[in-house]
Structures are given as structure tokens and as C-alpha cells.
Design a binder for this molecule. Structure first.
Ligand SMILES: [Zn+2]
Ligand SMILES: [Zn+2]
Length: 268
């Protein structure tokens, strides 16, 4: 199973998984031209994409979903509320055609090619938001982004993961002393905003399963209120005190550059 992060952060999010000739895209908040060029540069085929999963209706996650779906006739999977949000989102000029709308329900597994996918609810200031657990053979890939606080469902998903992508949006002190207006600061640190480095570190320390977890990536880092080394150091410090988890080194995903192809293997 292969994983690429094409972009991660408020300037655009896009993740890619591939196994047995089947590809899925999770979120597409980049410009369509940038995405298509990068995708081709990696030698990936558009014909392999069997589904687009959408976490929620914020434009940094949905900007080019309609373009890609329309051009290559790709079904788009998300909750009814996210579909409705995308229909009404004035920043999405290209709408998804009715025949490509796939409505999913939280905690009801569904299949795309060889992947078994379960969406679960996450708290954020939009409607019908999803985290995703994507299973292929022994790999349990979990993606959790744009979450305001930790819920039991999030903890459970983290505890099942062999490979985890989780938000580590801001450093509390940088946000407090940074240039954002007070209202925006309150939104980000509120229960339906984003997760701080310290909260992510706590989530990892409390819920990762030492016998399952192989790799952890930190996503959606703020450009103004965070630094990659600060995010990874905060999470690393929390794990270093735990003898069974101190070999895990959480890696920040770059905001604008793709990661390169990462092989996901399970030795659990
Ligand atoms: Zn976002
Ligand atoms: Zn969001």
C-alpha cells in the first residue's frame, strides 16, 4: 500500500492511497492544475482513482473535488451534510454531478476496490465532518484532521491505527502572541476549531497502541502559529516517557510539497 501527502494545511489538503491498482484521494483543496501536474509527475494514473473521500466542507479540503470528479467520472464519498455544504459553498464553482454523489453514514463500513473504509464523526465548525479509518490487509490507516477537541471516537480510532495522520495545528504560545485577531484565535483554540501540539501529544500518549502503531504523521500545521520542529518535538517529548512508544517519531507533513511515495507495511 502506498501513501502520498500532496499538501497539508490551510493552503490546501490532499492525500493519496494506492493498493492493487486502485487509488483513492482524500480531500482535494489544491488548485486543479497544480494537483494534476504533480500527480502526473509522480507517474500516477487518473484512471486508477476509484473514489474521492471528503473530510468536510471547508474550501482548503474541497476546492478541486468537483473538477477532478467531473473530468474523470470519479464518485465522491462523504456524508449528506458535507455534500449539501459543498453544493452551497460559493467558492466551489464546479459542482459534483448527481451520478457521482455517494452518501456515507458514520460507523457504517463501505468498500472502494480493496479498501474497507469507515468514517467517524469529528468536532469542527462545519457539518457532518469525518475522520476516516481505511483498512487494507493488516494496515489500518487513520486520518484525523480539523478537530477542535478529542472525543471517544477519535481516541478509539487512534488506538486501532497502524498508520496515523493526525492534526497538530498550532503551538499555544505562538497563537497567543501571534498576529491573528482575537476572534480568530478563539475560533482556532475553541472546541470546534483545531488541535494544538500539546493536545495532539496527549492524544498520542493516551491512545496509541504500542503493539499496533508503526508510523505517525502530523498534518495541517499552521504557517503562522506553528513550526514543524516544534510540533514534532512536543509530540516526541510526550512519547519519550513511555517505554513502549518511545521508538515512534511523529513526522510533520510539508504544507505545500508532496512527501514522495511512502510504502505502508504492517509488521504487527
Ligand atoms: Zn482545514
Ligand atoms: Zn476545516
Amino acid at each position: 500500500m502506498k501513501f502520498i501527502s500532496f499538501a497539508s494545511g490551510s493552503s490546501g489538503n490532499c492525500y493519496y492511497l494506492n493498493a492493487e491498482g486502485c487509488s483513492i484521494i482524500i480531500d482535494l483543496g489544491l488548485g486543479i492544475r497544480t494537483f494534476k501536474k504533480t500527480y502526473k509527475d509522480y507517474g500516477c494514473s487518473f484512471g486508477d482513482i476509484q473514489g474521492i473521500l471528503v473530510t468536510h466542507n471547508h474550501t482548503d479540503h474541497t476546492k478541486a473535488v468537483g473538477y477532478l470528479s467531473n473530468e474523470f467520472h470519479i464518485p465522491v464519498y462523504t456524508t449528506e451534510a458535507v455534500h449539501e455544504g459543498m453544493r452551497k459553498n460559493p467558492f466551489l464553482s464546479k459542482k459534483i454531478r448527481p451520478q457521482e454523489l455517494k452518501i456515507i453514514t458514520h460507523l457504517s463500513p463501505f468498500q472502494i476496490g480493496p479498501f474497507t473504509i469507515t468514517a467517524f464523526p469529528v468536532p469542527h465548525d462545519s457539518y457532518g465532518n469525518n475522520g476516516y479509518i481505511i483498512r487494507y490487509k493488516d494496515v489500518v490507516f487513520c486520518l484525523i484532521t480539523d478537530i477542535g477537541h478529542i472525543t471517544p471516537e477519535i481516541g478509539e480510532a487512534v488506538s486501532k491505527s497502524t498508520h496515523l495522520v493526525v492534526e497538530s495545528n498550532y503551538d499555544h504560545q505562538m497563537l497567543e502572541t501571534g498576529p491573528y485577531p482575537m476572534r480568530l484565535k478563539k475560533r482556532i483554540e475553541g472546541p470546534y476549531g483545531h488541535l494544538s501540539n500539546a493536545e495532539t501529544a496527549q492524544l498520542l500518549a493516551n491512545y496509541l497502541s504500542p503493539e499496533l502503531i508503526q508510523r505517525v504523521w502530523l498534518c495541517h500545521l499552521s504557517e503562522e502559529n506553528n513550526k514543524p520542529e516544534l510540533a514534532s518535538q512536543t509530540c516526541l517529548s510526550a512519547l519519550q516517557n513511555l517505554p513502549k512508544l518511545n521508538h515512534i517519531i511523529p513526522q510533520p507533513l510539508p504544507r505545500r510539497q508532496p512527501t514522495g511515495v511512502i510504502e505502508l507495511l504492517c509488521e504487527c
